[in-house]
Structures are given as structure tokens and as C-alpha cells.
Design a protein around this ligand. Structure first.
Ligand code: FMN
Length: 416
């Protein structure tokens, strides 16, 4: 068995991770009516805490209860800050007993908040850097989803931007007060901060748009704000999408933004990909292999090639890659080849919360046995016919959320 994945890692904030295995962020969709974590969350996260993970990322916590990605997302409601800290403290205490680091993923969905998700009024628009609606395709259902379920977002004013920056900073401070070890700023998957980074969704002409540097401005403001609000020992990570690295121009813009964000005070970078329009992050492992093997050497994880392409640009910041890892040999190779320092596991961590302890780091399990395949979840007939690219992954994500809820209930009755 390879020892690379079992090696501890110390981040620049001083946080020590006991190994390289990270439970990836997955929205649990089971918050209470105040968007706070419940006893099911506490049970589920205690189980992950006992499973041997070096780091555990929470499902995305929305920084503004008005705008959620799912009606049952956890979120910060600034009028309930004390309750937020108290509830997250219970979750954190239970999860970190065995030495895993618990990191809260903080997010704002921007234009990707569906109707009914959040406390905004029925007719109130989503907010985004520019008023550009989602494009799910040309089918009837696809058109209905983009114009009615999500709608055309309202262009954010300077006051909106200041308010969102403050919400990210406040949420981080409360995470610190609740005893978590850090936050991960979600700037991937087409959510608000990713909308700012991309020239496709950001047409602004002010200090937040017009160049790669300006499009990263809101994120550097957020990271600097968080750094000023919490002790230096608190970890701040960032999740970013990979870009098409065959195009030199987009890669150069992405690297420029990455360097600016890192300079603002980042402890680790997680690489992912996809949006609601094109959800690459939830493709099945087999599908990714088929697509890749025709043009390059097939590697297990979806975004490893991109990680390798940017690796030398940010040598001193640990890189994490999530998506598609399904074997110990795949994980070990990624770290041994220096493509990344941390590996994230999503769906396999739902099926087996104790995967590190029982399989990956268990020396009695051979490499041939140390596999953690997942089967694709089929969408309904109607969804398949809709022509919406994300229909299939929507079904997949719903099924895994339901499994997290089930695990939360089962853990409640398990003997202590
Ligand atoms: C149910 C579910 C919810 C998810 N929620 C989030 C989330 O809140 N934040 C995030 O960054 N990624 C989220 N993801 C994506 C995962 O973090 C991960 O990138 C994806 O599952 C691919 O990794 P895997 O192949 O190991 O499953 C979610 C995935 C699933 C299955």
C-alpha cells in the first residue's frame, strides 16, 4: 500500500491535516426552517469524523438566507447569528473529536437560486454581476427552467457587492466562533463568485469587470476581509473551476486570477469544474474516462490534467482535486505524481462514511480490493426528454442528498 495518502500535511495557517483525504462538500438539503443544521447533520458529521478523513468540508452554507441553492440549504440569517454559532458549535464538537479538520464551505448562488429557495419575495429577482439568464438549451422545459425557475438576474449595485462581501466575512467569523478550523470560499460551479470570474457572465465596466484582475476583485476583497476578521491560524481555502487549458488565453486569465486570489491569503485551492448549465462535476467516472481517453492519457479524476497545467504556477499553495477518484491506486498516483496534495471524495464518502479508516488507509485491504465505484443514478423519463443537460445530474445529486439524510437518521439509532 502507498503511504503518500496517509502522510500528514501542514497548511500555511498552521492547520495540520492528519492525511490527504478530504470529504468533499456536498449539500445535505436537510436544514431546519431557520436554515440551521439539525440533529441529522450532527449525526452524519459525527460519523464522518469517526471515519478517518484528514479534512471534512461541509455542504455549501449560503451566506444570505434570501438566496439558497436548495430550499433546505443551511444558511446565515444575520438576525440569528447567536443561534447559528450555537448550532454549528454542536456539529463541530461532534465532528472533530477524532482529529479531522472541519471546514465550512461558504457560498452565494447568484443567478443559480431557483424560485422558492430562500426568503426573498416571490417576484424578486436573483442577483448577479450582469443580467444574463441561465441557458439550459432550446427545449420547452429548458426555456421554462431558465426564464421562470431562475429568471433574469438583477445586476448588482455597489451596495449589493459591499453587502455580499460583508456576508462572506461575517459567516467566516461565525464559523470561527463555532469552533470550525476554517472556511472554503466557493468560487466554482457557476455560483455568484464564479459568475464574477467569467467574462461570459460578467460584462461589468466598473472595478469588478473588464479584465481578469477586475473580475477577481470581489473575491480578493472577500479573502482580505476574512483574513482581517479571524486569527491567522484560521484556514481559508478557495474552490475554483478548471478552464479549457487548450486555449492559452483562458488559461492565462485563470492563472492571473488564481495568483491574485492566493496573494490575498489562501491556504489551499480546490479544483473542480462545471455549472448548472453543464454539470461536469457530477459526471460519472466511466463517462469521464471515455471522453478523455480519445485525446490524452486517461487518468482517474476529472480535473487532474488542469491541476497539472497550473501546478508550477502556484507551487507553495496546496492543491486539492475532487471528482472521479474511485480507487486507492488512483488517489496515490495523483499525489505521488505531484499533480495535487489533497484528494476530495464526494459520492463514495456518502456510500461509505468510514472509507479512509476501513478501506483506503487500511493495510489489510489490498490495492485490488481498495475500489469505491459508484453507479450512475438514472433520471426520470420526463427529465431525460427535457433536453436539459443537468437533468441527469439533478437526479444524481437528489439521490445522494437523500442518502445523507438516511445516514443522519440511521446514525441516531446506532449504539454510541
Ligand atoms: C449530493 C451532492 C451535493 C453536492 N453539493 C456540493 C456543494 O455543496 N458544494 C460543492 O462544492 N460541491 C458539491 N457537490 C460536488 C462534490 O463536491 C464533488 O465535486 C462531486 O460529487 C464529484 O466528486 P465525486 O466524483 O467524488 O463524487 C455535490 C455533490 C453531490 C453528489
Amino acid at each position: 500500500m502507498e503511504s503518500t495518502i496517509g502522510k500528514p500535511l501542514t497548511l500555511s495557517c498552521g492547520l495540520q491535516l492528519k492525511n490527504r483525504l478530504v470529504k468533499a462538500a456536498m449539500a445535505e438539503c436537510m436544514a431546519d426552517d431557520n436554515a440551521l443544521p439539525t440533529s441529522l447533520h450532527n449525526n452524519l458529521y459525527r460519523t464522518w469524523g469517526e471515519g478517518g478523513w484528514g479534512m471534512i468540508l461541509t455542504g455549501n452554507v449560503q451566506v444570505d438566507r434570501m438566496y439558497l441553492g436548495d430550499p433546505r440549504d443551511t444558511a446565515l440569517d444575520s438576525t440569528r447569528a447567536a443561534e447559528f454559532v450555537a448550532k454549528w458549535r454542536i456539529l463541530s464538537d461532534g465532528c472533530t473529536k477524532a482529529g479531522s479538520a472541519l471546514i465550512m464551505q461558504i457560498n452565494h448562488p447568484g443567478r443559480q437560486s431557483p424560485l422558492g429557495a430562500g426568503t426573498r419575495r416571490f417576484c424578486e429577482s436573483n442577483i448577479a454581476p450582469s443580467p444574463i439568464p441561465l441557458d439550459f438549451g432550446s427545449g420547452l422545459l429548458a426555456k421554462f427552467a431558465s426564464s421562470f425557475v431562475f429568471g433574469t438576474p438583477r445586476e448588482m449595485t455597489q451596495a449589493d457587492i459591499d453587502s455580499v462581501v460583508k456576508q462572506f466575512v461575517d459567516c467566516s467569523r461565525f464559523a470561527y466562533e463555532a469552533g470550525l478550523q476554517g472556511v472554503e470560499v466557493h468560487a466554482a460551479h457557476g455560483y455568484l463568485l464564479a459568475q464574477f470570474l467569467s467574462p461570459r457572465t460578467n460584462h461589468r465596466k466598473d472595478r469588478y469587470g473588464g479584465s481578469p484582475e477586475a473580475r477577481a476583485q470581489i473575491i480578493t476583497d472577500i479573502v482580505r476581509g476574512i483574513r482581517a476578521a479571524v486569527p491567522a491560524s484560521f484556514c481559508v481555502g478557495i474552490k475554483l473551476n478548471s478552464v479549457d487549458h487548450q486555449s492559452r488565453e483562458t488559461l492565462a486569465a485563470c492563472v492571473e486570477q488564481l495568483k491574485l486570489i492566493v496573494a490575498a491569503g489562501i491556504d489551499f485551492i480546490e479544483i473542480s469544474g462545471g455549472t448548472y448549465e453543464d454539470p461536469q462535476m457530477l459526471q460519472s467516472a466511466g463517462q469521464a474516462q471515455k471522453e478523455k481517453s480519445s485525446r490524452t492519457i486517461a487518468r482517474e479524476a476529472f480535473f487532474l490534467e488542469f491541476a497539472s497545467a497550473i501546478r508550477h504556477e502556484i507551487l507553495d499553495v496546496p492543491l486539492m482535486v475532487t471528482g472521479g477518484f474511485r480507487s486507492r491506486t488512483g488517489l496515490s498516483a495523483a499525489i505521488r505524481d505531484n499533480a495535487c496534495d489533497l484528494v476530495g471524495l464526494g459520492r463514495p464518502a456518502v456510500l461509505r462514511p468510514d472509507l479512509p479508516k476501513s478501506v483506503i488507509l487500511n493495510e489489510t485491504v489490498t490495492d485490488e480490493q481498495a475500489l469505491f465505484q459508484t453507479s450512475p443514478i438514472e433520471p426520470s423519463w420526463l427529465l431525460k426528454k427535457s433536453g436539459i443537460k443537468s437533468a441527469g445530474t439533478g437526479a444524481e445529486s437528489k439521490w445522494y442528498s437523500s442518502q445523507m439524510q438516511r445516514k443522519g437518521r440511521e446514525a441516531a439509532v446506532a449504539p454510541a
